[in-house]
Each structure stands twice: as structure tokens, then as C-alpha cells.
Ligand binder design. Structure first.
Ligand SMILES: Nc1ccn([C@@H]2O[C@H](COP(=O)(O)OP(=O)(O)OP(=O)(O)O)[C@@H](O)[C@H]2O)c(=O)n1
Ligand SMILES: C[C@](O)(CO)[C@H](O)COP(=O)(O)O
Length: 441
């Protein structure tokens, strides 16, 4: 595996990393009537897109999300954050933002300070502050900022050159000056800081007048005002801040071009001109399930591959004990990196932790498993299950089973069967074992 630059820091340096994503803005200029982070872009929220780069590539200790005050929106966005954090095994904290971006960032910095205290961190803490609105920022920009911090910079900003001629315009709508642009750059995010410097900067900025405060349009300026140096690294045109409806159009086009449009067909997704995230990498999962046959004296019905099998001996279990459907669920969770059946439905296979799924059919569980992985941002490519059993004879009902399970999953589910030539527990007629694979993208 290629080593990323920011992984090159030897472990044991004690360096900790926090990422604050500010997502509490109202999105007035976008004018969609909903906070910008919750606006959907090819079926996923702006915040979910912003979380992609993070969860795919960064080595973090904690992720802090600064969210809008609206309870419903906050709940929705916090859930997306929790799923992303779970996917990459990072601690997460969510806090409400303030009236201005500076207040929101400040709430995020306080959350990092609290977390650092709770964890008794000593040594350097690097904090990245990122706009959710820069949802398509490629991971390479994060890595450039982190590498600069790891190399000793205390404050780092990604920048891009300006494309336009810049005019200073007076109140009478006349040009006062054409500003030489050679050394002018547009600042992007994530901006990176040593926590200690950020704390000093924010305690100083707390003393500013509201007018002075309004001039603080990013974090780096607060550090600059302390007289400290701010290093720059290259930003990226895709890190544009989605601010107006035109930016939304550009963002959609970039997603389609780069193959991160989850609605796009694979051949479109890998289309020409892609340079960042060029090929969507599918995720493969595996799942097993085994159920023993119920005791002969128990009048248990057999449910297998989503079908009822009259006259066949049933399997023992808390639910309908359908190992094919259960293995399919496990493969979906595995592909998403979201645990297993026990994680989502209860440790004793189905039912203790979510009362509504106690005793649920295999197809109901499969439908719910599919919903869970989709709400974590995945599309289901396909699921394939094979079970090992001497009985029942499956071939005649394969098509029917595939239809039932595919309908439940909302994606193609293929089922096949084999015997074990009389060997092992399936061969002795003690139970049925199913193994499934799933592909998500
Ligand atoms: N009170 C605020 C204002 C902004 N932001 C965040 O700061 C980033 C950059 O802000 P901007 O693009 O200006 O977002 P909005 O404030 O939502 O936009 P508008 O000014 O059009 O309302 C966004 O991720 C936004 O969610 C925030 O967390 N809290
Ligand atoms: C922080 C920032 O993204 C850097 O360009 C920008 O300043 C945020 O601006 P806004 O005032 O929140 O629109």
C-alpha cells in the first residue's frame, strides 16, 4: 500500500489530530430554504460529501461537527457524521454553531479543547478547520496541510491563484485601483493550526468589536493578527466553496466527472478527464450464517432464501432462522464496515436490541440492512449467497428466491446451493450454512 505523506510521521511522537467541520451556516446565498450542509447533491447531503474525503483518507483522533441549531436538521446531519465516524473508527463530537462562522469555529475549538482534556492529551495537537461548504475538497489538500503541520508549521492555509483581474471599487461605483494580483491568492480550507496557537488567537479575538470580528473571514487572519507566520500550501479548484446556485451546478458536474456521483453508471463514473477519485472503488463484504435444524418433536417450519418450504424440517433460531437472508445482511454490513447482525439487530441474532425486529422475517431484516447501508451513503451493487445443505432441493425455486430477496434488498441477489457430499454438519443433516458476498460502491 502506498504510504501517505501524513502517515510518514513515526508513531509515538504524541501528535494528535482533530478535524472541525463547520456546517452551521444557513445557506442564504444558495437560497434553498434549508441549511446548506443539508442540501442534497446527487442524492447525498453537502455534509456527507464533505465527510467522504475525511473518512476515506485521514488519520484522525477526533472529528468535531459544528451543526445548525434546527433540531431536525441537526439530528439528520449528526447521524450522517456518526456513520462516517464509525466507518473510519474516529471519535466524534457534535456541537451547535453560532450566528457567525467565527462563532461556529470557536464552538468547535472549545469542543476540541474539552476532548483533549477528557483524554488527558499531552504534546502537540493539530487542528484542521474545514468548511462543509467545500464539500468536494480532494484528500490531497488535507494531506498537504497535515504534512506542513507535521513538518513544523504552526498555521497553514491552502491557496489557489486568482483567475480574474481584481479592482478596488469605491462607494461611487467607480474603480479606485486595479490591484496587482501576482501575489494575491484565494484562501481555502482545511486550514491547519497547532491547538495552542489557535487558543491564543481566539482568546485575543474575543476582545474585538463586532465590526472587527466581522472582518475575520477565516481562521488564518486571526493568527496573522497575532503577528504569527501563516504558511501556504497548494489548494485545489475542486475545493470551491459552494455558495451560490451556480456553484451547485459546478459541484454536480464535478461529481459526475470524477465518478463520485453515486447515481452515475460505472462507465460514466470513470469517464475521461477524471483526475481526482477517478475510479470509484467498490467495497466487498462477506457474511456467514449457520442454523441447526430444530428438534424433530418441534413443529417448526422451514424458511430458507426468503421462501417457505412446506413439509421440510425447520431450523432453530429466534427469528425465522433463514441463514441465506441473514448471511446476505451480514455481507452488506461487512462491505460497509458497519459490523454485523448483532451490531444492528441484537447480539442473540435478531431481536433483543430493536424490539420491532424481534422475530422478524429474513426478508424484513434484509430490507432493513439494505436501508442502513444506503443511509450510510452506499449503493448496493449485488449480493451473492451460497448455502450448503442436503435438503431441500433448491434448483426449482431458485428464480423465485432470487426475486424475493432482490426485492427486499432493492438490488440483485443471486442464490445458489450445494451439498457437502455427506461431510460435516450439513452432510449429517444437522443444520444449514450460508455464505454471502456483497459489493457496495
Ligand atoms: N454561522 C455560521 C456560518 C457559516 N458556517 C459554515 O462556514 C462555512 C462557510 O460559510 P458560507 O459558505 O458562507 O455558508 P453560509 O453561512 O451557510 O452561507 P450564506 O452566507 O450564504 O448564508 C460553511 O460550511 C458554513 O456551514 C457556520 O458553521 N456557521
Ligand atoms: C474560510 C473561507 O472559506 C476561506 O476562504 C471563507 O473565508 C469563508 O467565507 P464566508 O464568509 O463564510 O462565506
Amino acid at each position: 500500500m502506498t504510504q501517505r505523506p501524513d502517515d510518514a510521521v513515526p508513531s509515538g511522537t504524541g501528535r494528535r489530530r482533530a478535524l472541525i467541520i463547520v456546517a452551521a451556516g444557513s445557506g442564504t446565498r444558495l437560497g434553498m430554504g434549508t441549511p446548506k450542509a443539508a442540501v442534497t447533491l446527487t442524492g447525498r447531503t453537502v455534509l456527507e460529501h464533505a465527510l467522504d474525503a475525511v473518512t476515506a483518507t485521514l488519520q484522525l483522533d477526533v472529528l468535531v461537527l459544528v451543526l445548525p441549531g434546527d433540531a431536525q436538521v441537526q439530528h439528520q446531519l449528526a447521524a450522517a457524521g456518526a456513520r462516517a465516524a464509525q466507518r473510519c473508527g474516529v471519535d466524534i463530537r457534535t456541537v451547535s454553531g453560532g450566528e457567525t462562522r467565527t462563532e461556529s469555529v470557536s464552538a468547535g475549538v472549545r469542543a476540541v479543547q474539552q476532548y483533549a482534556q477528557q483524554q488527558s492529551w499531552t504534546g502537540a495537537v493539530h487542528v484542521l478547520i474545514h468548511d462543509a461548504a467545500r464539500a468536494l475538497t480532494p484528500p490531497e489538500v488535507f494531506h498537504r496541510v497535515l504534512t506542513a503541520l507535521d513538518s513544523g508549521a504552526q498555521s497553514v492555509v491552502p491557496v489557489v491563484p486568482l483567475a480574474d483581474t481584481i479592482k478596488r471599487v469605491g462607494p461611487s461605483a467607480h474603480v479606485r485601483q486595479t490591484v496587482p494580483r501576482e501575489d494575491l491568492k484565494a484562501a481555502q480550507t482545511p486550514q491547519g493550526f497547532a491547538l495552542e496557537l489557535l487558543e491564543r488567537a481566539y482568546s485575543r479575538s474575543a476582545q474585538l468589536t463586532p465590526e472587527e470580528s466581522a472582518a475575520l473571514t477565516d481562521e488564518a487572519v486571526i493568527v496573522e493578527n497575532l503577528g504569527e507566520q501563516v504558511a501556504v500550501v497548494g489548494g485545489h479548484p475542486h475545493a470551491l466553496k459552494i455558495t451560490t446556485s451556480t456553484d451547485l451546478v459546478i459541484a454536480r458536474a464535478l461529481l459526475a466527472e470524477n465518478g463520485t456521483d453515486h447515481g452515475a453508471a460505472p462507465e460514466q463514473a470513470a469517464g475521461a478527464g477524471s483526475e481526482v477519485h477517478a475510479v470509484p472503488v467498490p467495497r466487498v463484504g462477506i457474511g456467514h450464517d449457520i442454523h441447526a435444524f430444530a428438534a424433530a418433536e418441534e413443529a417448526t417450519e422451514l424458511w430458507l432464501a426468503g421462501l417457505h418450504w412446506p413439509g421440510e424440517r425447520g431450523l432453530a433460531g429466534h427469528s425465522d432462522a433463514d441463514p441465506v437472508a441473514h448471511a446476505a445482511c451480514a455481507a452488506l454490513f461487512s462491505a460497509a464496515g458497519m459490523g454485523d447482525l448483532g451490531t444492528h439487530f441484537g447480539a442473540d441474532t435478531l431481536g433483543t436490541s430493536r424490539a420491532e425486529y424481534r422475530g422478524a422475517s429474513g426478508t424484513a431484516l434484509l430490507a432493513e440492512a439494505a436501508r442502513i447501508v444506503r443511509s450510510a451513503g452506499y449503493q448496493i451493487g449485488s449480493v451473492s449467497v451460497q448455502f450448503i445443505a442436503a435438503r431441500p432441493k433448491f434448483a426449482a425455486r431458485r428464480e423465485e428466491a432470487q426475486q424475493v430477496l432482490s426485492r427486499a434488498a432493492g438490488a440483485p441477489v443471486a442464490v445458489s446451493a450445494t451439498t457437502s457430499d455427506g461431510l460435516g454438519f450439513p452432510g449429517r443433516g444437522e443444520g444449514i450454512m450460508a455464505t454471502a458476498t456483497a459489493v457496495l460502491y
